[in-house]
Design a protein around this ligand. Structure first.
Ligand code: ADP
Ligand code: ZN
Ligand code: MG
Length: 479
């Protein structure tokens, strides 16, 4: 049997940290990167006698996420205690939701080779994050930082609907993009604000019963996730092909060796002894409340995409790339509004900006310049003040040291030479230095013209207006 005889099945549990100002059950700030244990209070440190109070924004954000992913919102929901011991969980239980999650039975749509596909969402529930253990800061010891304890999370659990690594990646990107659009989470993966538990199994094609899955927890980069799935699929197929059985277990993915390792095994029936959280009241939502949250939702990627195809005549591919990120999408719309040149703005985003983001491994949200600065650069090219090859240099400068493009080109002396006298001077100089090209051109070799223009560009370090050069050369050569 070969790999093609097996079907891959993937289900994802995604944790997104909500971007509320304060934690879920106390008023400590949630800001990332503060000194350890400076954003804590008796409640999130689990002092005896303290009581949690549910942050209303958390409910609102979770409902937003549910509506944006086509879920049914439960009007009757509650919190539950999930009991387990871990050093970063000072209460020895996590307040989560068990049998009555806020949102259920939604879906997101992804693009596949065979057209759009719905990935079903089983549920979205709210819960609190745990603290963080720092194992290697001081040789040997483990230190607990409780700044993250009580940071609000939504956990989105998919059905096992994904059938390939690509589909899993697409689903994650789509979910991330939706959460960014509705601004419930900043989804910064490197800060752990958007992380996934990846469940993988394989089965022989045609089997209706799911295979035994393994789970890799808390993965927070697309690259690790896709590599880990590919590795795990191969490993599981090999186990089965060799007559073995895949064990249900939690694995740890190691980026350096590119392998998975067993963490804890067969936690099939890990008993969390869930029970309703007695310190919190039930969550009852009125129709009106849900309706109001619905009204507050911004335009989602799907609708923006349709608009870009229609209004700006973008290609399907370009519209997909731009609308995948709210930041790129906002950049596109704002720079187009200011410059009036959607085509140029689209091109810059799709080609050079995307390339630089890739090379620098940056998220679109980390683009340091504003839409206005991009628009101004486009307008300088449109006016002929700079050439588009100088535009590329300005863009690089905007990434390095963003400021008004007009200032950049003045400082760097990049203004295009469009003065007729100056152009003529260059043309004559180049002709004088290249008599052979003149002869070639007159002998019918049109290529010689391109060479001459190239020489003139070299002479002016790319600053001469290429259309003017062309025209002037032809004029002179005809004489
Ligand atoms: P938990 O991991 O917390 O025990 P579940 O049993 O509900 O919770 O499963 C969680 C995730 O695992 C879901 O996203 C689900 O789609 C996925 N999953 C369940 N069974 C399989 C399977 N056989 N193969 C791949 N994914 C699976
Ligand atoms: Zn607190
Ligand atoms: Mg799980």
């Amino acid at each position: 049997m070969s790999r093609d005889d097996y079907e891959v099945v993937i289900g994802l549990e995604v944790h997104a940290e909500l971007s509320t100002k304060t934690k879920i059950f106390c008023s400590c700030p949630t800001k990332f990167g503060a000194k350890p244990n400076t954003q804590t209070c008796p409640i999130c440190m689990a002092m005896p006698g303290t009581l949690p109070v549910l942050n209303e924004k958390v409910v609102e954000y979770a409902v937003k996420a549910g509506l944006a992913t086509n879920c049914t919102i439960s009007q009757d929901s509650k919190n539950d205690r999930k009991n387990y011991f871990y050093p970063d969980l000072p209460k020895a239980y996590q307040i989560s939701q068990y049998d009555k999650p806020l949102c259920e039975h939604g879906y997101v749509e992804i693009e596949t080779e065979n057209g759009p596909k719905k990935i079903r969402i089983l549920r979205i529930h709210i819960e609190e994050d745990a603290g963080k253990l720092n194992h290697d800061d001081f040789g040997g010891g483990s230190l607990v930082d409780l700044n993250r304890a009580g940071v609000p999370l939504i956990e989105t659990v998919s059905e096992p609907d994904m059938r390939s690594t690509e589909e899993a990646e697409q689903y994650l990107r789509k979910l991330k993009s939706i959460f960014e659009y509705i601004e419930v989470s900043d989804c910064k993966m490197q800060e752990g604000s958007f992380r996934a538990d990846v469940n993988v199994s394989v089965r022989k094609r045609g089997n209706s019963k799911l295979g035994t899955r393994t789970e890799m927890k808390n993965m927070n980069s697309f690259r690790s996730i896709t590599r880990a799935i590919d590795y795990e699929v191969d490993r599981q197929i090999e186990v089965i092909e060799n007559g073995g059985k895949v064990e249900q277990e939690t694995l740890r993915w190691d980026d350096v060796s590119g392998k998975t390792f067993s963490m804890r095994d067969k936690e099939d029936a890990q008993d969390y002894r869930y029970f309703p959280e007695p310190d919190l009241v039930a969550i009852k939502l009125s129709d009106e409340y849900i309706e109001n949250v619905k009204k507050s939702l911004p335009e989602l990627p799907e609708s923006r995409k349709a608009r870009y195809l229609e209004e700006y005549k973008l290609s399907e591919k370009d519209a997909n790339i731009i609308t995948a990120s709210k930041h790129l999408s906002d950049l596109f719309e704002e720079a187009t509004r200011i410059s009036g040149n959607s085509k140029a703005v689209n091109n810059w985003i799709i080609s050079d900006i995307s390339r630089i983001l890739n090379e620098e491994e940056m998220e679109p949200s980390e683009i340091p310049f504003t839409a206005e600065e991009l628009a101004k650069m486009v307008m300088l090219i449109d006016k002929g003040t700079i050439s588009s090859s100088i535009g590329k240099k300005v863009l690089e400068e905007l990434f390095e040291n963003p400021k008004d493009p007009e200032e950049i080109i003045k400082e760097k002396g990049w203004i295009q030479i469009s003065d007729e006298g100056a152009i003529k001077e260059i043309v004559l100089k180049v002709l004088e230095a290249n008599p052979q090209s003149i002869a070639d051109y007159k002998g019918g070799k049109d290529r010689a013209l391109g060479f001459l223009v190239g020489q003139a560009m070299k002479e002016t370090r790319g600053k001469a207006n290429p259309q003017m050069l062309n025209k002037m050369f032809i004029e002179e050569l005809k004489k």
